[in-house]
Write a protein that binds this ligand. Sequence first.
Ligand code: F6R
Length: 240
Amino acid sequence: MRWIKVKDYEELSEKAAEILMKQLESKPDSVIGLATGGTPIGMYRQLVSRFKREEISFARVTAFNLDEYIGLGKEQPESFYSYMEHHFFGHVDIPVASRHIPDGMAENLEGACEAYESSIEASGGIDLQVVGIGQNGHIGFNEPGTSFQSRTHVTELSASTRRANAKYFDVKEMPEQAITMGLQTIMKARSIVLLAYGHEKRDALAQLRTGKITGSFPASCLHEHPNVTVLYGEESEGEG
Ligand code: F6R
């Protein structure tokens, strides 16, 4: 696991965008795994401005998002579908057919999970997966206790995750479940970059640094992966 400390959020976003750009330079038809949440917003901003400056094209990229809330339709602003449209997909040239987000409105959720896993496999597998980390150590929405062998599945969001994400919702409408890539799905990616920024992530990062592998801290599975970069930093004065 390679740890890279950044001085501020801008640098985190630039470095994350550079890792993605390098990946696309070496393989323009890369399969990329993407995350939502507050942390990668700056990275998407960077990628969109580089696209607008014609420094990069995503035309041959296939994208798979980590997760989606169950019960939120595409048109709902809090869905990860809307997030991706707003921050990234709506501004770049990834073909619509090459953008994949789990379907939180599927009638057959188990079937949707299986289909998601199959389409990742059919694409040749994920070359570079971007993940954030929850305060409880979740990656994707794999909450503490999730099996390291898990594939894309339906999960109950923990109280900690619901508290952390409540800021995006009217409290009564905060979903209780999500579809998420499993830990095994994430671990199958050929490389992984974990983004963590801010004091809320300090304890989770300290736990990750111990190197202890335990099901009660899902991100710890990453110690068994040969190619993980952790980009991290704390707020500098005036931020946050
Ligand atoms: C988002 C996801 C989550 C977030 C994590 C951190 O697609 O899978 O694991 O990465 O909850 O979220 P932020 O960046 O909002 O702190």
